[in-house]
Each structure stands twice: as structure tokens, then as C-alpha cells.
Design a protein around this ligand. Structure first.
Ligand code: UDP
Length: 317
């Protein structure tokens, strides 16, 4: 057996399954654990005959015991629709998941990477967001289960590092898109593409003047690996594409690229929806030599192709 013994939690999810694929290509032995709440076995189906791959259905809010050299903790529903469906479980997943897995990392001396989020900045008052900004987060709103859960996970990482000398790393992932998003995921890129392909109304929440920065999944996975491989740098580090678009601009681009006849309709803006979001990636460039290379229209092309196939298969899950 060659390569490292690696655990990817949430490895049947959108980002986790792409990361798993890259790790297997690099010759590592990868165990994926996932409770399949928002992950799908379909995402890891292609690895099932690889002897270096193993899937274990398990919920990270419960302890897990096995020896690993690297642990990537990606387990948590990440779309607002998904994480607000069972908000108590969302907090448990982030908080108890980090607690259990950091304990495991401590026991087996593993390097530990926590997938955190741009949501730790809340509705930011500093723009673009730099890692040194502490954020503007509502602790009692409908997004808090995710935002505060991830903030506690970050706290636990640094306390396990300071108190127990665990080799921890924190990445803050900004909006990411690409193949293997679920058709009914609820996030803006998947919603708009599916609506456009089905000729349904494009649902812009609020006036569509709020901004987001969209990173293609392969760029993100490259950043995750660069962070895990880097010695002596615990982060937190922003990983995202600094190109910034209003939601209305995204709707227009998707309509243009799909040639759809869909109309844009406006629905109420959900509470605490951040008005701006763009990563400052100076730190990622300096420490990891990382920056995204795939512009929005190119990434959207791959993503539209994927959703066309998904809709043809009728795999609406
Ligand atoms: N959004 C929208 N229509 C949709 C889904 C989302 O206008 O059908 C908006 C949402 O209000 C937010 C932005 O798109 O301002 C990004 O939402 P998403 O759920 O993708 O992720 P977020 O960045 O809010 O976590």
C-alpha cells in the first residue's frame, strides 16, 4: 500500500468527492465518511472498485476511531436550504464533528484540515474580506447554526493546536460551484442553471444587487491540497475566486449562456443574507502560491453541461 492514510469527512458531497478523486489520483488511500444527509453515493460511485478507496456511512457528530495521517473535515450541509432544514443537527455536525475529529487527530498524530467558510464574516463590514477581519455575524438568526457552528470549529482547531499540539489548518471556502452539485441544492448557481434549462422563472432574491464571488471546484480543490501540504502554516486562509458579480449579473450570464427564454422574477431576500462577499486572497497567493485560474463563464460552461446531463437522466434527488 502506498500513499498516505487519509480521512475525508463529507467525502460524498460536492466538494468532498472532487477532493477524494484528486487524492486517489495522487496515490493515497482514502476513507470517506459521510452520513449522506446532503452527500450522495452517486458522487463516489466511480471510486468503488479502487482498492485505495473505502466508504463508511457515519455521522461525524458521533466519535469515529481509526488511524489516519491526514484528516480533511468537510462534513456539513453547506447550502442555506440544506443547513436550515435541521439547524440543530447543523450545529452539532460542525461543533461535535470538529471536536470528535480533532480528538482523533490528537490520538493518531494526524494533520487536520477544517473546511470553514466565508460565512464566518457574516454580513461583512470590511470588503473584500481579509482573514484578520473578525466578521459581523448574527448569533441568533436563521444562518447562525452554520456560521456559529463553523466559528466554533475554527476555535476548536486553534485550541487543539495551542493546547494539544495538533497540526491544524483552517481554510475559509467562498462560494464554489461545478459538477456534482445537486439539482435541488438550493444554491444560486445550481438554482439559476436548472431554472434556465427547464424554462422556469429565475428566482432572484431581493433586488439582486447583493454580490458573490464564484470559484470553480477544481481551482478550490487545488487550493485545499496546497494548504494541506504546506508545512508550518495553520491559517485561516481564504480560498475563493476574487471575481465579484451581483446576483442579477449572474442571472443574466446564465440566461445568455443557456439561450433560455426564462424570465427573472424577484422574491423576498432571506434574512441575514450578506450584501457583499469577495475574498482577499493575498495570503493564499503569498503562502501557497495559489490563485484560481478558471473564469466564471468557463466554469459555468462545464457546470451547465453537467446539469443538462443530470436533467436528462431525470436524477432529481
Ligand atoms: N439567491 C437567489 N436566488 C436563488 C438562490 C440564491 O437570488 O434561487 C441569492 C441569495 O439570496 C444570496 C446569493 O444568491 O444572496 C447566494 O446564495 P447561495 O444560497 O448560493 O449561498 P450564500 O452565499 O448565501 O451562502
Amino acid at each position: 500500500m502506498k500513499g498516505k492514510r487519509i480521512l475525508v469527512t463529507g467525502g460524498a458531497g460536492f466538494i468532498g468527492s472532487h477532493l477524494t478523486g484528486e487524492l486517489l489520483k495522487l496515490g493515497h488511500q482514502v476513507t470517506v465518511i459521510d452520513n449522506l444527509s446532503s452527500g450522495r453515493l452517486d458522487n463516489v460511485e466511480q471510486f468503488k472498485d479502487d482498492p485505495a478507496f473505502r466508504f463508511v456511512k457515519h455521522d461525524v457528530s458521533e466519535p469515529y476511531c481509526e488511524d489516519f495521517e491526514w484528516i480533511f473535515n468537510l462534513a456539513c450541509p453547506a447550502s442555506p436550504d440544506a443547513y436550515q432544514t435541521d439547524p440543530i443537527q447543523t450545529t452539532k455536525t460542525s461543533m461535535l464533528g470538529a471536536f470528535n475529529l480533532l480528538g482523533l487527530a490528537k490520538r493518531c498524530g494526524a494533520r487536520f484540515l477544517q473546511a470553514s467558510t466565508s460565512e464566518v464574516y457574516g454580513d461583512p463590514k470590511v470588503h473584500p474580506q481579509v482573514e484578520s477581519y473578525w466578521g459581523n455575524v448574527n448569533p441568533v438568526g436563521i444562518r447562525s447554526c452554520y456560521d456559529e457552528g463553523k466559528r466554533v470549529a475554527e476555535t476548536l482547531c486553534n485550541d487543539y493546536r495551542r493546547q494539544n499540539h495538533v497540526d491544524t489548518k483552517i481554510i475559509r471556502i467562498f462560494n464554489t460551484y461545478g459538477p456534482r452539485m445537486r439539482v435541488n441544492d438550493g444554491r444560486v448557481v445550481s438554482n439559476f442553471i436548472v431554472q434556465a434549462l427547464q424554462g422556469k422563472d429565475i428566482t432572484v432574491y431581493g433586488e439582486g444587487t447583493q454580490t458573490r464571488s464564484f470559484c470553480y471546484v477544481s481551482d478550490l480543490v487545488r487550493g485545499i491540497l496546497a494548504m494541506m501540504e504546506k508545512d508550518g502554516f495553520s491559517g485561516p486562509v481564504n480560498l475563493g475566486n476574487p471575481g465579484e458579480f451581483t446576483i442579477k449579473e449572474l442571472a443574466d450570464i446564465v440566461i445568455d449562456m443557456t439561450g433560455s427564454k426564462s424570465k427573472i422574477i424577484k422574491l423576498p431576500l432571506p434574512s441575514d443574507d450578506p450584501m457583499v462577499r469577495r475574498p482577499d486572497i493575498t495570503l493564499a497567493k503569498a503562502k501557497l502560491g495559489w490563485e484560481p485560474t478558471i473564469p466564471l463563464r468557463e466554469g459555468l460552461k462545464f457546470t451547465i453541461d453537467y446539469f443538462e446531463k443530470e436533467l436528462t437522466k431525470g436524477q432529481i434527488k
